[in-house]
Design a protein around this ligand. Sequence first.
Ligand code: TXA
Ligand code: MG
Length: 308
Amino acid sequence: MDLDVDAAAGVLRAGGLVAFPTETVYGLGAHALDERAVRRVFEVKGRPADNPLIVHVASLDEVDRVAVPTPLARRLGGRYWPGPLTVVLDARVVVPAVTRGGLGTVAVRVPAHPLALELLRRSGLPLAAPSANRSGRPSPTTAAHVRADLGDTVPVLDGGPCTVGLESTVVDARGEVPVVLRQGSVGAEELGAVAGAGPQLGASPGTRHRHYAPRCEVVVADPREGAATAAALVAQGRRVALVGPPEAPHGVEHLASVDGAEDLGRRLYALLREAEDVGVDAVVVEAVPEDGVGRAVMDRLRRAAEPR
Ligand code: TXA
Ligand code: MG
């Protein structure tokens, strides 16, 4: 079922769920302060209860409704919002424990997508929204991906393909130095420059859980080794798809040639889903350099490739 922004805002105000686009990935939204609505988000995703949700708000000023802003959060928000950065802050008491995964903190961001911002304004609500996939699957970057995972259980606001394609960078902003809890498209080097110090590295609760895996095996090849790696797997009698080089050896399904880390980041989750749809046993993806967004891309790719 598709719907427009007004109808979606109505569903959310009534305590229902709506999947909506952001610049990073599609989110599965609920009124962040409505315990019952948020509980349903965990059910629909099959998400572990100890993994807290990100609360989306319409502007930096609105952070106050759910969290205690710090000078560092204001500086980061002022620089990156609307955009793919999430800050973790001390939570206001109005935020139910279920939204926070039982922690005393809450994660907050202002998304950079016109439909998401419109939905936040029309509903007038802070919206808790994890990625709109079944837990453990690649995050959805189109409305079709959301439907493939969640079926007709939730209505989807269709805003086309996501432009960033990787989840936001999550940063603990309670202190004076940012602590990166999840890599994302805003690189750590850049954050340190904006904050004037750091960053340090930490881990969000979500990084403990298994993630981003399609139904076929994912094999990470060294740069320029993708074709040889794929050919070796074909020689073992396996059906193989390839992502990275401009063409594929005989007998290998060529899924995409990729133009650097940013391009791979934008398309990675869609390509993992495409690999399972074409029915191969394995998809080989060529590694990209690990700087800037490349760090987040390789983090996601390695997790997708973890043996199950
Ligand atoms: O780009 C994104 O961040 C997307 C879009 C929809 O905004 N959302 C997203 O949500 O990726 P999700 O739930 O898939 O990932 C949220 C991450 C998890 O790693 C979670 O553990 C972490 O943020 N997180 C949430 N609240 C936290 C908190 N209070 N402290 C530490 N980490 C937190
Ligand atoms: Mg997720």
